[in-house]
Design a protein around this ligand. Structure first.
Ligand code: URA
Length: 246
């Protein structure tokens, strides 16, 4: 009787360059170069060519930035119109942002905008990135255009910049520019409930209209209200970089 042939070990997982190519880092050839150039780590260890990864459990980083490698991750940028709610469903039947983007795969909003606030909001099924972007300590700043009642004085603008006493504490320093009488550009990195509205109200200039124009590195002046688009891979990377734990 002949002995059974020894079983060859099946290497587990997908090849790293294939995974990187799938999530948008370029051709497999380019991704091989990324790996060969020492720009990719897996679970904190420099990856070598031929490395296989388990996309469910391995943590892949390119240039020190964690990248989502699970198949099927989507990232949408939506220009939310006024009157649309950020929650997935609304008991009073108002339209919701998830109705404005594809229903499959299921996505959720990164942070929230008030029903009356317009402008850019991200939706994704990448929970890890969403959490990092929404977390105030990671410093992804958000920029708003606020049309306010009256014309804020230099002293009011200084108060907005330095921090305003709200019922849930003093706000962190903000960037505030007066673009024209009654029109402010306000950049904050906290994400408290109705923060910009409450800040403006606290200095005597309630908001008439509020539009979010930028989320960290992401902006888009040509996206019409109610429209959405997928983020480019370079934008996803820039966002991941901006939301990198410090
Ligand atoms: N600040 C607000 O007051 N409202 C928003 O929707 C976002 C920021």
């Amino acid at each position: 009787m002949t002995a059974p042939a020894p079983r060859r070990e099946q290497p587990e997982g997908e090849r790293l360059q294939k995974v990187l190519a799938r999530v948008g880092f370029g051709s497999r050839r380019l991704c091989e170069e990324l790996v060969a150039d020492g720009r990719v780590t897996v679970n904190g260890t420099l990856a070598e060519l031929g490395r296989r990864v388990d996309v469910e459990t391995d943590q892949v980083e390119v240039d020190g930035v964690p990248v989502g490698v699970l198949p099927g991750l989507v990232y949408y940028l939506l220009n939310k119109p006024s009157g649309v709610v950020t929650t997935a469903s609304d008991p009073s039947g108002r339209p919701t942002i998830v109705q404005l983007v594809p229903s499959e795969p299921r996505v959720f909003a990164v942070g929230r905008l008030d029903v009356a606030t317009e402008g850019l909001i991200l939706l994704t099924n990448d929970g890890e990135l969403a959490q990092r972007v929404a977390h105030p300590s990671h410093g992804v700043d958000k920029e708003y255009l606020a049309e306010v009642h009256g014309v804020p004085s230099p002293a009011a603008i200084r108060r907005l910049r330095e921090g305003v006493e709200l019922e849930d504490g003093v706000t962190s320093p903000a960037k505030v520019a007066s673009l024209s009488p009654g029109l402010l550009r306000i950049t904050i990195h906290e994400g408290r409930n109705r923060q910009v509205r409450r800040m403006c109200e606290a200095v005597g200039h309630p908001v008439v209209r509020l539009v979010r124009t930028r989320i960290g590195p992401i902006s888009d002046r040509s996206l019409k209200p109610g429209s959405w688009r997928e983020l480019e891979q370079s934008e996803v990377l820039a966002l991941a970089r901006a939301a990198r734990p410090r």
